[in-house]
Ligand binder design. Structure first.
Ligand code: IMP
Ligand code: MG
Length: 175
């Protein structure tokens, strides 16, 4: 598949992704029994994952969205901008952050610190993908879909410079 000027090859298919999402949801359903968690999906990348995961959550719960931006084309930058914030009062809530991918961990560290400062009861992260080799910030991701090598991926909501989000599977940059 070509996205803009780069070639990508199939990496994770729809079936693998959906199977993993059911597993992640099942763990969350068990761990959060008796609570009313607030899910916060980090836009744009996590919109498909958040939608599929949320459909599998059987708890009494809420969802809201935050829009952040740290990436320019293919590199993570230090400069994380909050483009849309959330209105919900998160004090004393059990918050679950939904991310598409944790790369350097900068974005998620920033988000976790913000929520801790706002007096949440608990905050955990569910990320479809994580690149352990790229991680430079010490963050604990409780629910991880797939650990992947440090190669750029697109599809299923993930983009290359805005393009390539519209697929049911995930593709890896051809090297
Ligand atoms: P971090 O702050 O370096 O962990 O970057 C996290 C964000 O960068 C993710 O939420 C994605 O939006 C984006 N990102 C990181 N790696 C990739 C990738 O391989 N493909 C597409 N987006 C990525
Ligand atoms: Mg993202």
């Amino acid at each position: 598949m070509i996205v803009k000027d780069k070639n990508f090859i199939p990496y994770l298919n729809e079936e693998e992704i959906q199977k993993k999402i059911k597993k992640l949801a099942s763990s969350i359903n068990t761990d959060y029994k008796e609570t009313k968690p607030l899910f916060i999906a980090i836009l744009n990348g996590s919109f498909m994952f958040a939608s599929d995961l949320f459909k599998e959550i059987k708890l009494e719960c809420e969802i809201s969205f935050m829009k952040l931006s740290s990436y320019s084309e293919m590199t993570s930058t230090n400069n994380i901008r909050e483009l849309i914030g959330i209105n919900e009062n998160v004090f004393n809530r059990d918050v679950i952050i939904i991310e598409d991918i944790v790369d350097t961990g900068r974005t998620i560290k920033n988000v976790l610190d913000q929520f801790k400062d706002r007096g949440v009861k608990s905050v955990e992260v569910v990320s479809l993908l994580i690149k352990p080799e790229a991680l430079i910030n010490p963050v604990k991701i409780k629910y991880v879909g797939f650990e992947i090598p440090n190669k750029f991926v697109v599809g299923y909501g993930l983009d290359y410079d805005g393009f390539g989000r519209n697929s049911k599977s995930i593709y890896q940059l051809k090297s």
